[in-house]
Design a protein around this ligand. Structure first.
Ligand code: T5A
Length: 225
């Protein structure tokens, strides 16, 4: 059995990753494609414990380096216990965030050295790399507006932090053929169609033409790869 397909949704807070991941999962289901849906941090007992203190402990001062190692501790478990085995079974893995988040948030956002973050990422992932990143891009203020203010430890960061994260994502996408940028400002259905179109055009052998991705509909948001 060949290795499955590893697809990651990325973007700032409120970009629509969770909403779109759910719809993509339903689409995979309609196409009869075995898949697993994971989110970061999370997805394993260790990962969920990390998620809880990472997001909920707004009363703790967590240095950027500690943030980095918490995230990587969760990722190390997720890759070895969930992602790797699913890929080995030949399934699709759809992840709500992965290593690009760490470069964008802990690298561009917190200011940690990008080379060091990349090296640490490689240690956590054991070299398991996504086949495609779908980056939902929208202004940081629009994403935070959708979230409605307040929120978890990260969402209480200042706007400037999220602007750096967004710019970081765009910089990472620049010139990379494994990152497709999709405008996240359209309606939910419109963005979903753009995502399906991106997957179908990149992996035509997996996502059969003429299925939901091939159907006609409203104009697509701008796509760039
Ligand atoms: N983190 C994570 C790091 O710092 N480093 C790392 O390496 C990793 C992996 C995760 C936090 O951890 C940080 C980043 C994050 O701060 P989380 O709660 O999982 O925390 O945060 P997010 O992944 O950003 O989840 P969010 O829920 O905040 O954003 P989503 O998933 O992008 O957005 P979604 O789908 O939940 O939608 C948000 C709202 O917008 C509406 C939805 O209905 C919802 O109300 N919406 C739309 N509204 C209008 N038009 C659309 N097209 C819409 N799509 C969704």
């Amino acid at each position: 059995m060949g290795r499955g397909l590893f697809v990651v949704l990325e973007g700032v807070e409120g970009a629509g990753k969770t909403t779109q991941a759910r719809s993509l999962s339903e689409w995979f289901g309609r196409l009869g494609l075995p898949h697993v849906l994971v989110r970061e941090p999370g997805g394993t007992p260790v990962g969920e414990a990390v998620r809880n203190l990472f997001l909920e402990r707004g009363d703790w001062q967590i240095p950027p380096e500690t943030e980095l190692f918490l995230i990587l501790a969760a990722r190390g478990a997720l890759v070895r216990q969930v992602i790797g085995p699913a890929l080995a079974r030949g399934e699709i893995v759809l992840a709500d965030r992965f290593d690009l988040s760490t470069l964008a948030y802990q690298g561009f956002g917190r200011g940690l050295d990008l080379e060091e973050v990349s090296r640490a990422n490689r240690l956590a992932t054991g070299g398991v790399r996504p086949d495609l990143y779908l980056l939902l891009d929208l202004p940081a203020e629009e994403g935070l507006r959708r979230k409605g203010g307040g929120g978890d430890r990260m969402e209480r960061e200042e706007l400037e932090f999220f602007r750096r994260v967004r710019q970081g994502y765009l910089q990472l996408a620049e010139g990379s053929d494994s990152v497709v940028v999709i405008r996240g400002e359209g309606g939910v259905a419109q963005v979903q169609q753009a995502l399906q179109r991106a997957l179908s055009s990149r992996f035509a052998h997996v996502f059969v033409p003429g299925g939901p991705a091939g159907s006609s509909g409203p104009p697509l948001p701008e796509e760039r790869s």
